[in-house]
Ligand binder design. Structure first.
Ligand code: NAP
Length: 292
C-alpha cells in the first residue's frame, strides 16, 4: 500500500483516484472544487482540504489538471507540491502538457530531491473509468519501475518511452492522430448522410474493416446521435494541437494535415464549441457543408 496524493479530480482524475483506492492504496485527493471529491470519498479515499494537506506524508503525488500553467501552479505556486513534498517523493504528472515545460519542472524537482515522471494518458473517459488507459511515460527507468503499481491500477498499456518529456511528445503525436481520425470520421458521416445511407449500418460495416478505429468505436454513436457531452473537450484538444504544431516547428518538421486539423479545431473552439466533446468536430463539417 502506497500513500498517494491525487490532485485534480475531474473527468479523468476522479475515476483514476477511485481505481487507486480499489487497488489498496491510501489516497488523499485534492480538487479546487471540493464537490468533485465525492466519488473518491465514497470509494474509501480521503478528501484533502489543500494541496499541502494532500501531499504531507505522501510517497507519490499524482496530478491530472488541464494545461501547462495549471501544472506549474500546482507544483511551484505558493502552497504547492514543491513546498510540501518530502525529499524522495515521486511526482507523476498524468496531465497532457508541453514537453519543454515538463523538462523544466523535472529539473526543478530533481534539484529539490524529488523524482518526476511525465505520464500522459490516452483512452478517454471510458479508458479512465475502466482502468484501461494507455500511459506513455517519460523519466528515469528507476522512477518508472517504482511507479509501476500506480500505473497498473489505472492503465492497461504502460510503456516507458524515454527520458523526461518523452511521454508528452508521444502524447502530442497521439493527439495529432486522434484529431485527424475524428475529422475524417466526421466528414464520412456528413458524406453518408448526404446520400441518405443508413448511418448505423454504415458505421457497423466500416468498423469491421480497415476504416475501423478506436475513434469510430467510441465516437461513432456520439456523431450519429448528435450528442456531444464531454468526454474530451474541444478546448483541451485545441491546447494539445498547439503543443503539436509548436513542437513540430521547433523540430523543423512539417505536418500539413496536423496544421489543417489544428485550424479546424481552433475554429470549433472560436465559434463556441470548446466545452463540447471533440466528436463535435462534426458540427464544423456540417457548417462548412451548409447542413448544420
Ligand atoms: P477536467 O475534467 O477539466 O479536470 C481538470 C481538473 O483539474 C478539475 O478538477 C479542475 O478543478 C482541476 N484544475 C484545473 N485547473 C487547476 C489549477 N490551476 N489548479 C488546481 N486544479 C486545477 O479535465 P480532464 O478531462 O480530466 O483532463 C485533465 C487532463 O487530462 C488534461 O491535460 C487533458 O488534456 C488530459 N486528458 C483528458 C482526456 C479526456 O478524455 N477527458 C483523455 C486523455 C487525457 P475544478 O473542478 O475546480 O475546475
Amino acid at each position: 500500500m502506497t500513500a498517494i496524493a491525487f490532485i485534480g479530480l475531474g473527468i479523468m482524475g476522479s475515476p483514476m483516484a477511485v481505481h487507486l483506492v480499489k487497488a489498496g492504496h491510501a489516497v488523499a485527493g485534492y480538487n479546487r472544487t471540493p464537490a468533485k471529491a465525492e466519488p473518491l470519498t465514497a470509494a474509501g479515499g480521503r478528501a484533502a482540504e489543500s494541496i499541502a494537506d494532500a501531499v504531507t506524508g505522501a510517497e507519490v503525488v499524482a496530478l491530472m489538471v488541464p494545461d501547462s500553467p495549471d501544472v506549474q501552479d500546482v507544483l511551484t505556486g505558493p502552497g504547492g507540491v514543491f513546498e510540501h513534498a518530502a525529499p524522495g517523493t515521486l511526482i507523476i504528472d498524468f496531465s497532457s502538457i508541453r514537453p519543454d515545460v515538463t523538462r523544466e519542472l523535472a529539473e526543478e524537482a530533481g534539484r529539490r530531491g524529488l523524482r518526476y515522471l511525465d505520464a500522459p494518458v490516452s483512452g478517454g473517459e471510458a479508458g479512465a473509468r475502466n482502468a484501461a488507459l494507455s500511459i506513455m511515460v517519460g523519466g528515469d527507468a528507476d522512477a518508472f519501475e517504482a511507479a509501476r503499481p500506480v500505473f497498473e491500477a489505472v492503465g492497461r498499456t504502460v510503456v516507458h518511452v524515454g527520458p523526461s518529456g518523452s511521454g508528452q511528445t508521444v502524447k502530442a503525436a497521439n493527439q495529432l492522430i486522434v484529431a485527424a481520425n475524428i475529422e475524417a470520421l466526421a466528414e464520412a458521416v456528413v458524406f453518408l448522410r448526404a446520400y441518405g445511407v443508413d448511418l448505423e449500418a454504415a458505421l457497423e460495416v466500416l468498423g469491421g474493416g480497415l476504416a475501423g478505429s478506436a475513434v469510430l468505436a467510441q465516437k461513432g454513436a456520439n456523431m450519429a446521435g448528435h450528442s456531444f457531452e464531454p468526454g474530451f473537450r474541444i478546448e483541451l484538444h485545441h491546447k494539445d494541437l498547439g503543443v503539436v504544431t509548436s513542437a513540430a516547428r521547433e523540430a523543423g518538421v512539417v505536418l500539413p494535415l496536423g496544421a489543417l486539423v489544428a485550424q479546424l479545431v481552433a475554429s470549433a473552439n472560436a465559434v463556441g464549441d470548446g466545452a463540447l466533446d471533440h466528436s463535435a468536430l462534426l458540427r464544423g463539417v456540417e457548417r462548412l457543408s451548409g447542413t448544420a
